[in-house]
Structure formats: C-alpha cells, structure tokens
Write a protein that binds this ligand. Structure first.
Ligand code: ZN
Ligand code: ZN
Length: 299
C-alpha cells in the first residue's frame, strides 16, 4: 500500500496564479493528515477532488498567514457538512491562544468537536501503525517540523501458508511475533513464512533558518519536503528572514541521508524561473524535484 501525498499549495507568503498558499495532504489507512492550511486550501481540495471531511488531523507548523489563513474557512465547511469526528489540531507550544481566537472570532454555523495539542520536541502521537514526531525550528516565531514514521511490520508470506495448509488461527499471530510454532507435529519457523516490510518516513520542514534540528528530524527520510524560498544569491535575505535557500535544503537532504527531496514554498520572484531553484539544489542533492500545486506523489 502506497502513501499518497498531495501538494495543495506550494507558494511562499504571496500566492501566485500558479501557486496557492501552503498545504500538504497525507493519507494513510483511515487517517487523512493536513499539514498547514494556507488561504484557499479548501478550494484546492475541490480541485484535487479530495473531500475535506475526511481530515482526521491538522498539523500546523507556525502561525504566519500563508500557513493558516485557510483554517477558518475550512473549519466552517466542516461544520456545515456535519463533520462528526473529533478533529485533532497540532500546534507549536505557547500558541494555543491563536486557535482559541479563531474559534472566538468567526461565527461558525454549526459546531465541530476538536482537540488542541501543543507540541515541542518529541513524539506527538502514536497509533499501532505509525507515529508522528515534531522538532522546533528557528523562524522567529514558534515553528515546528514534522515527521510521519511508519512502524516496521512483520508480514506473512501467504503463498507459503497455503503450501503448508496453515489455516487462519491464533498461531499466525505467533509467527508474526517472530515465534516458531508447532503444527500437526511439524515445527514451522517464523523466519521461513514471514518477511519484514520496511517502514516509511516522510518529513516536512517548512519555514526555518538552517539549524541542527533540520538534519535530525529528516534523518533517513524516504521523502523529505522542505521550503525553498530563495536561491543562493539571496542567501543573506534568507538568513535575515529565517528561511532556507535551495542549496541549504538540498544539504539537509544529503546530510540526513534522505532518499528524495521535494522543494515547496517558493517565492513569487522565481515564478517561471523555478529551474534556478531546482538546479542549485541538484548540485548538492541529485534526487530533487519541485512541488507544483495539485501534484500527487506516492511513497
Ligand atoms: Zn511561509
Ligand atoms: Zn513563516
């Protein structure tokens, strides 16, 4: 089963005709996880033919407008559609007053149930299949990067089970736990009828100045998504405004031994000149791609 990721918005602070404010959607089994929610995100859902009512969790990196202006509209739509789950919203520590303000400021028609989780460095949620970690970034306002980490799974070789005529029974569970079993007087070794399905890791680093936590959270990612606001010649500006350049993003990918890098959150100044960004990044990390609105990738 592949993990689909849809880029709903890929622009920096000022959206363009081609690029909407930032939002990225990850689907995994029953979970639909939205990462950031810039202005117009709910219309991007319609364009991508995705249903916002499927959202189970929203991860917010920080409270700059280009990452959250779509929240009131999206919440309104969920309320109008009788959203009946509890929506879990993850935000940086010390910023709960912002989300409280949103719920106070807008007169929502209808109500939704929600839970706010303030996060710092560490594991922010865990299910039997995966967990999510966050780490603090350096962006002048509380800001987090997130990693989605699947757990390693031991799977059964169905064809082998068939050969051995092993029926569905609690014995299968034992094999999955790595234990050998006895069936009809014969020993069946777990290693002969199981295989390890390697877990996948997806990391998203948005607005930040380069800092040691970038490499730490990105470590061994199958897919790393980062902001790439500026090209090298704007290096000083990137430092001042606490953003990454394309080659810095690529260095994070290289040092963290990530497998693939997708650059998002592009400045409008590179509209139709995105190749500059891409080529600079590729010098440090070959397997780099540029995000586009409504682009879908699978991990
Ligand atoms: Zn931003
Ligand atoms: Zn920002």
């Amino acid at each position: 089963m592949k993990i689909p990721i849809t880029f709903l918005g890929t622009s920096q602070a000022i959206p363009t005709a081609k690029r909407n404010h930032t939002a990225v959607l990850l689907k995994y089994k029953d979970e639909t996880i939205l990462m950031d929610c810039g202005e117009g995100t709910q219309r991007q859902f319609r364009k991508a033919k995705l249903n916002p009512c499927k959202i189970t969790r929203i991860l917010i990196t920080h409270w700059h407008g280009d990452h959250i202006l779509g929240l009131p509209g999206l919440l309104q739509t969920l309320a109008l559609n009788n959203y009946n789950k509890t929506l879990h919203i993850y935000i940086p520590k010390t910023t709960k007053h912002y989300i409280d303000l949103i719920f106070k400021m807008f007169v929502f028609i209808g109500k939704i149930k929600y839970e706010i989780h303030e996060c710092g460095n560490g594991k922010i949620l865990e299910t039997p299949d995966f967990y999510i970690e966050s780490k603090k970034m350096n962006h002048g306002t509380p800001c987090l990067a997130y990693s989605f980490i699947e757990k390693n799974k031991i799977r059964l070789k169905r064809d082998k089970l068939k050969q051995l005529k092993l029926p569905n029974s609690p014995l299968l569970k034992k094999l999955q736990q790595g234990k050998n079993i006895k069936y009809k007087g014969k020993t069946i070794k777990a290693k002969d009828v199981t295989y390890l399905e390697k877990a996948r890791k997806i990391t998203i680093i948005l607005d930040t100045k380069i800092n040691p936590n970038c490499e730490k959270i990105a470590k061994n990612s199958d897919l790393l998504i980062t902001e790439s606001t500026y090209a090298d010649k704007e290096k000083e500006l990137a430092k001042k405004r606490k953003h990454l350049t394309a080659s810095q993003a690529a260095l994070i990918a290289k040092k963290s031994k990530s497998k693939k890098l997708i650059l998002a959150h592009l400045s409008q100044r590179y509209e139709n000149k995105e190749k500059i960004i891409l080529n600079e990044a590729k010098k440090n990390f070959k397997n780099t791609f540029l995000a586009e609105d409504l682009m879908r990738v699978e991990v």
